[in-house]
Design a protein. Structure first.
Length: 86
């Protein structure tokens, strides 16, 4: 799997029939199979920014979860060491 933090964002212009809203843009992370998510909007910059914002939000969430897991692992090691000394 590719590194999500550095995955390039590809933007595509979709052409729909005029009854469906006309032109629309889509952004995707590359490689597409590793990151199956789409962002849509009315402008190229809009969809690229949506993808960057979403990526940043996910990376922040991951960092917080990782901190909690590391802290819990540290506490578990300390408890195990205390128990072994008794």
């Amino acid at each position: 799997m590719s590194d999500f933090a550095t995955a390039p964002i590809h933007v595509f212009q979709r052409v729909r029939d005029m009854s469906g809203g006309g032109v629309e843009f889509i952004a995707r992370f590359y490689p597409y199979d590793d990151f199956p998510i789409l962002f849509s909007g009315n402008t190229k910059d809009d969809v690229a920014q949506k993808a960057r914002d979403w990526r940043e939000e996910q990376l922040e969430k991951y960092a917080k979860v990782r901190e909690v897991k590391l802290e819990n692992a540290r506490k578990a090691r300390e408890a195990k060491q205390r128990k072994a000394k008794v």
